[in-house]
Write a protein that binds this ligand. Sequence first.
Ligand code: MG
Length: 272
Amino acid sequence: MTARWCTGAGATATGDRPRNEDAFLSSGPVHVVADGMGGHLAGAAASSVVVEAFRALTDLSSVQPDDTVLAVARAQEGVERLSERVGGSSGSTLTGAIAVEHDGQPWWMVINVGDSRVYAIEGGSLSQITVDHSYVQRLVDRGDITAEQAEVHPERNIVTRAIGDGIRDFDAWLVPARPGLRLVVASDGLMKALSDARIASIASLAGEVSLAAGRLVDAALDADASDNVTVVVADTLHADTDRSADPYPWRVWGVGRDEDDTTVTGRRREPV
Ligand code: MG
């Protein structure tokens, strides 16, 4: 097995909720977070099915982007089977970063369905890689409201895509694995409690990954953890090539599709 160029760790808390329906897996090349929905025990079961769909990747010496695509498909099928079993609709968000090899180079493959997020932290500043699948994000995309208005919008909790909704597409980005690049993978409980600036400062200053994940969750609990809070922090330790000359901060790998079946190509976020 080749030496890993990444390391990661996660932390989770129930917050002000009767149970924790979030789940995470941070092991080897896999760093994913899932936020389950569906009520009763179905939400927790759904998020657990989603992260366990990635377990097989943790032992691979080299993960290809297609391995990630297959894991997402396993997650989708698993949640659909769960919904049939419990006789209702259960679903989950899925977001995360997988250390993959593509064209002989190390990349972070960042994936997303729903409104959990992946942030890049580099040189003390934060940029959001994923784009929420949410009602308020659509209003922002259309120019109807600003990102600041979205944060306090009464319908900010409406998610427009979830694992288990029957749609096979998902959003994905390939991010060059630059040493020093830290990724923060989080359920929406973190973003509801902390501003981007606060997340950036804690994530930059907290030291190693398990400490950083724990501090972010603790800060959310101190602020206002009205929801379950889950954070995985993953670091890029080294990479065999010099990625500073890479022309793309990140590239869109796949395409996303909205619930009204509009195919959205090239949803790209540039670092701020
Ligand atoms: Mg949540």
